[in-house]
Design a protein around this ligand. Structure first.
Ligand SMILES: Cc1cc2nc3c(=O)[nH]c(=O)nc-3n(C[C@H](O)[C@H](O)[C@H](O)COP(=O)(O)O)c2cc1C
Length: 364
């Protein structure tokens, strides 16, 4: 078999999976307002053979909503929607649903937050704008989160994590990558705080560590994961010394046997090897994603896992276009091509209508 390592079962503590292929988190703008609906349950159920069915970025508070028609997880209706998704995934396969908690911070927009000013570590306006159904809207200057307010922001993550478990998800992935709120605490250009939550490496990683610890305390380390994109400039992030920042952060994360640490391969943007750094400092389960590196094909991922450099690979675009991606890779079948024009569009087209192998065969 071409990709033997991808199909080695995995076991660590109570976690067991049949293979090493995860669905990467993908915002698809198909929620019903901010509530997952039947179409979302169908989409995730189609991909329920992923080892981890990592959800779209899901805001833990209304102020953290970054896009239109994306799911939240801060009220009962949203929780019931996620319960529907969890149920559909459990019925369809063995994949573990992991809800990605994504607070957009300064890249949220009043357009989505009912007019409220987005919050951030510091009042630094991002370059550019956000796309809305009414066209692009410039980002606004965010409001700095007061020191005594940090506790309630942390609590929002904890409450959403508890709701995720109550809805039947296996766990949560804290989104500390790609320039959203937690990443904004890590980066020098977005964190100008002088209250112990900024200034130096220890200060900048502090809030991310505190949120992780609080979520671990609430739902257990074996249900808590985190995503990192060291040094990646997406959403106007500029990290001066990502090697030092992530070395310190990973050392703190290594105090827990987390569900996993998920690292984007940001090697093109940094002068060190982020995957190797994560592996050497964090001894637990490591999920990798090619991130923005173009050189990370299926054989490459297989070889990284074979070499013990990671435990899982997460696929985004390949998985959105191939609901049965693990089966296709296992059998060496051709892959459907992703259609970029429907990544963020509405309805089933480009969402739930990519054919699986059996439907593809019966159509030809
Ligand atoms: C349509 C789309 C939506 C995405 N949404 C998210 C998201 O909600 N959260 C996140 O962490 N990354 C998101 N990403 C990044 C992907 O998880 C992944 O890192 C990226 O697509 C590179 O991996 P790939 O080559 O396997 O697609 C998104 C990417 C795409 C293409």
């Amino acid at each position: 078999m071409a990709y033997d390592a991808l199909f080695e079962p995995y076991s660590r503590g109570n976690l067991t999976t049949e293979h090493r292929i995860a669905l990467a988190p993908l915002t698809r703008n198909r929620a019903v307002g901010t509530v997952p609906g039947d179409i979302n349950a169908e989409y995730y159920a189609q991909r329920a053979d992923a080892a981890f069915v990592i959800s779209e970025g899901t805001h833990p508070a209304a102020i953290g909503q970054g896009y239109y028609d994306v799911a939240g997880l801060h009220n009962d209706e949203q929780q019931a929607g996620w319960a529907k998704v969890a149920d559909a995934v459990a019925k369809a396969g063995n994949g573990k649903l992991v809800i990605q908690l994504m607070h957009a911070g300064r890249v949220a927009h009043p357009y989505y937050t009912g007019g409220a000013t987005p919050v951030a570590p510091s009042a630094v306006t991002p370059e550019g704008g956000t796309w809305t159904p009414d066209g692009e809207q410039a980002f606004v200057e965010p409001r700095e989160i007061a020191t005594d307010e940090l506790q309630s922001v942390k609590q929002e993550f904890v409450d959403a994590a508890k709701r995720a478990v109550a809805a039947g998800a296996y766990g949560v992935e804290l989104h500390a990558a790609n320039g959203y709120l937690l990443h904004q605490f890590l980066a020098e250009n977005t964190n100008k705080r002088t209250d112990g939550y900024g200034t130096d490496v220890a200060g900048r990683i502090r809030f991310v560590v505190e949120v992780t610890n609080a979520v671990v305390e609430a739902i257990g380390a074996e249900r808590t994961a985190i995503r990192l994109s060291p040094g990646h400039p997406f959403n106007d992030i500029a990290e001066q010394d990502p090697k030092a920042t992530y070395e310190a952060l990973l050392a703190e994360l290594a105090k827990h046997d987390l569900l996993y640490v998920h690292v984007l391969d940001t090697a093109p943007y940094v002068d060190y090897a982020p995957l190797e750094q994560a592996r050497s400092i964090f001894p637990g389960t490591l999920v990798i994603n090619e991130g923005f590196s173009e050189e990370f094909d299926v054989q490459g991922a297989n070889d990284l896992i074979a070499a013990g450099k990671a435990d899982f690979v997460a696929y985004g675009r390949r998985f959105l276009a191939n609901p049965d991606l693990p089966e296709r890779l296992r059998t060496g079948a051709d892959l459907n091509e992703p259609d970029e024009s429907t990544f963020y569009s509405r309805g089933p087209k480009g969402y739930t209508d990519y054919p699986a192998l059996d439907t593809a065969a019966s159509q030809s």
